[in-house]
Design a protein around this ligand. Structure first.
Ligand code: HEM
Length: 396
């Protein structure tokens, strides 16, 4: 497999556009699974190879705890808060620990799905009402970034001003990723400590809250010690994992819709609800790529992967694979579902909940007589979840 200039520059830079289809087409012209010899990284672009890679047991997730511990040794920064949080992120765990965490997240989310969705709908209405009263505002920071932590905060009986504060702490930059800058890791440590202390206090002061009171049972059923620190870390992990993912998906999706309608969409133009959520997610989900490292020599799509090599699986490109989708860049209700939530043993624990939550947001947005894009949209620099950091709109 030879050096491919487009592949290398593609891997180096995040794709900051609401509609990256053409960029993927250019790279795909070099192949469906590509090797960058300068970076020793495999890039997987087709849906079948991405599915195969995600289901391959010899490919492991990135060991974030090792990275934090190494950074802490090299720099003498106090990164214990991040290292502790990493032990509650199933997305960076393997083996027994992963199984237990998956069971914990699965049980908690299934048990509290109705409460979360009802809180999410209330939050969505309130945030959109405020935007409308102001004639519009920043959809990114005043809606998309806030909705998940607001819903989690509501089910934990957290007061509105503290929920607004939580939204500023939950973004994933410096917490998840493989090539994090030291400054963003330091910044993330402070945010994680603050969130952890906040949940610690919430757990102590909300004895009447059923959801918090029942958490211990979920820990026990998952075979994990139900101590106070573990509960606070679990709630922090839940808030962080759903934060930027939901925010990016909503803001990129609305951006894409508005671009398709030349910056102005009315209730009458809103696409049909049939398969709207699936296609919205296929084309606009926030996680572009997931990383894996070969734990032993293995194969993907007839390519030999050596032990230690990194495999970068581009879910967003896979979701626009022309061999899997008739008109990959376009909305089409007949398309099969995408792999934006991953597949295999790490597939998203929040998938069912998120599909329903996104449906609620889309329904609420479709009720406005008009949504207009204003000047000044900008992308966040984070490489894990793509999202708008600023997205001014007018709502009527
Ligand atoms: C549109 C929003 C979302 C997207 C696009 C998304 C996407 C993903 C993807 C691609 C993975 C797999 C990563 C991998 O294989 O390395 C994942 C894992 C995960 N997601 Fe989501 N997610 C979203 C929302 C949420 C929400 C709201 C929650 C929680 C409330 C959540 C919880 C999790 C958890 C716990 C995992 C780890 C599963 C494991 O490693 O076993 N996600 N998500």
């Amino acid at each position: 497999m030879s050096f491919k200039p487009t592949t290398d520059s593609f891997i180096r830079r995040p794709i900051n556009t609401a509609d990256p289809g053409r960029v993927y087409d250019n790279v795909r012209a070099e192949g469906d699974i590509l090797w960058s010899s300068s970076m020793r990284i495999w890039l997987v672009l087709s849906k079948s190879a991405a599915t195969e890679a995600l289901r391959n047991r010899d490919l492991h997730t990135f060991n974030l705890s090792n990275l934090y511990n190494r950074l802490a040794r090299q720099t003498e920064y106090q990164l214990e808060a991040l290292a502790h949080l990493a032990t509650f992120l199933p997305i960076v765990q393997e083996g027994e620990r992963h199984k237990k965490l998956r069971s914990l997240f699965g049980r908690f989310l299934a048990d509290n799905q109705d409460a979360y969705l009802s809180a999410y709908a209330q939050s969505s209405r309130e945030l959109l009402d405020t935007l409308k009263e102001n004639g519009g505002g920043d959809f990114a920071t005043e809606y998309a970034d806030r909705i998940h932590s607001d819903a989690i905060g509501r089910i934990c009986d957290i007061a509105p001003e503290r929920r607004a504060w939580m939204a500023q702490k939950t973004f994933a930059e410096g917490i998840l990723g493989v090539d994090m800058h030291l400054s963003s890791v330091q910044n993330a440590t402070i945010r994680v400590r603050e969130l952890f202390s906040h949940y610690d206090e919430v757990l102590r002061s909300s004895a009447e809250n059923d959801i918090l009171a029942n958490m211990g049972q979920h820990f026990e059923a998952a075979g994990m010690p139900a101590d106070h620190d573990s509960k606070a870390s679990f709630l922090t992990a839940l808030t962080v994992l759903g934060g930027d993912t939901t925010a990016g998906t909503l803001s990129l999706g609305l951006g894409r819709l508005l671009d398709a309608f030349e910056g102005r969409i009315s209730a009458q133009q809103w696409p049909d609800q049939k398969n709207l959520v699936e296609e919205f997610l296929r084309l606009s989900a926030a996680i572009q790529t997931v990383y894996r490292v070969a734990n032993k020599p293995t194969m993907i799509a007839d390519q030999n992967i050596a032990k230690g090599e990194t495999v970068l699986i581009n879910l967003s490109a896979a979701n626009r694979d022309p061999t899997a989708y008739e008109c990959p860049h376009q909305f089409n209700e007949n398309h099969q579902a995408g792999i934006q939530f991953g597949t295999g043993r790490h597939f998203c624990s929040g998938m069912t909940l998120t599909r329903k939550a996104v449906a609620i947001s889309l329904e609420h947005l479709s009720e406005f007589s008009e949504i207009v894009a204003r000047e000044g949209r900008s992308f966040s620099e984070d490489r894990i979840a793509t999202k708008y950091s600023k997205f001014p709109i007018t709502l009527e």
